[in-house]
Design a protein around this ligand. Structure first.
Ligand code: RAM
Length: 347
């Protein structure tokens, strides 16, 4: 497993360079779709388009992308909307196409809503790589996946089952209702709950959506507890959702009674692990994800790979990767953070 070997110093450098990159971009949410900065010049320039700006998870993935771009001697510019809504990314994709950037790296808010815009960009010669949250496979060149959906789903169920003693009502607090990644994980968790005898006594009673907004996620957590007085656990497969839910639980009567797990960043979750609100949660290294996506995009731009199954490419410090079926490259396995190891990480 790659994650534990990268320790605090490297992560701190990544987070710092990410913060600098973001302040340079100024959180552009204007009509231009982001025309300043170092990207936008065609040639070997890349555009990085997360689901939305202002999410520490994507700050870290962009920092990883910046690190890779520097190693590769190319420029990369982050642009993105304030809200992770289905159509919000279209204008940024159009701008990238008009600028003639060599590559676009995008975490999709919706599997199909951005496909027309992506196809226009691809027709104009831009290579399009999804990372974190995919589009439908036919409208991108490659998807850089953080871990298999099965692995992510299984890990979260293992964690919640362990934390509620194997039985009781659980609910899911997700991101936006159209998010490709969360919906894939939820579908697999539902299937696993149905079929795995270990989970026969666990009942999924609700799925709610916080839209990757802190306040909405906080309010949805409160509503879940009111609507389901017997709730024993919450899975939040989003870094925004789990942090907001932990914030709510930490000052409520439910602290220590209703378990919370899912996918979180160590920096956001540290206080809640330390004060006993949360026992354990999972994630991968978003910095490595952005780094890998940038190397993969450069390999496509250079024509070293086409996105065919079996293609291989080098990704700097992460080593060699192979393209799998449907044009997917997998970073690794999800990693579990708890009170024993959370101090080792800074992102
Ligand atoms: C949020 C976003 C992102 C997801 C993580 C786990 O930051 O929804 O897409 O991968 O959570």
């Amino acid at each position: 497993m790659k994650l534990p070997s990268r320790r605090a110093t490297a992560f701190a450098a990544l987070v710092l360079s990410g913060a600098m990159a973001l302040s340079a971009c100024g959180g552009d949410d204007g009509d231009s779709g982001g025309s300043g900065g170092g990207g936008g010049g065609g040639g070997d320039s890349l555009t990085m388009l997360p689901k939305n700006l202002g999410n520490p998870y994507f700050d870290t993935s962009t920092a990883g992308a910046e690190e890779a771009a520097e190693e590769l001697g190319i420029s990369i510019e982050e642009v993105g909307p304030e809200q992770a809504s289905p159509d919000a990314q279209v204008q940024y994709i159009n701008t990238a196409a008009q600028q003639g950037v060599a590559g676009l790296i995008v975490s999709a808010n919706d599997p199909t809503a951005i496909c027309d815009a992506i196809n226009e960009a691809r027709d104009a010669g831009t290579k399009v790589v999804t990372f974190d949250s995919d589009t439908s496979p036919d409208c991108r060149d490659l998807f850089v996946n953080q871990a298999t959906a099965e692995g992510i789903a299984a890990k979260q169920l293992e964690l919640i089952a362990d934390q509620i003693g194997g039985s009781g009502e659980i609910a899911i607090l997700s991101a936006s209702a159209n998010a490709t990644n969360q919906n894939a994980w939820i579908e697999m968790m539902e299937a696993e709950l149905e079929s795995n005898p270990d989970y026969a006594d666990i009942e999924l009673v609700d799925i709610v959506y916080g839209d990757d907004e802190e306040q909405k996620s906080f309010d949805e957590t409160e509503a879940l507890l009111q609507n389901h007085p017997n709730l024993k656990g919450i899975i939040s497969p989003t870094t925004v959702g789990i942090a907001a839910a932990a914030d709510y639980l930490s000052t409520s009567d439910a602290k220590g009674k209703v378990a919370l797990t899912g996918l979180g960043t160590p920096n956001q979750m540290r206080p809640y692990v330390e004060n006993g609100t949360v026992e354990a949660f999972a994630l991968w290294n978003p910095g490595d994800l952005g780094y890998l996506a940038t190397y993969a995009t450069k390999a496509l731009v250079d024509g070293d790979i086409t996105g065919e199954e079996g293609d291989t490419f080098e990704a700097g410090k992460l080593g060699e990767f192979t393209v799998e079926a449907d044009g997917v490259v997998v970073l690794g396995e999800p990693f579990v953070f708890n009170a024993d190891n959370i101090g080792d990480f800074d992102f």
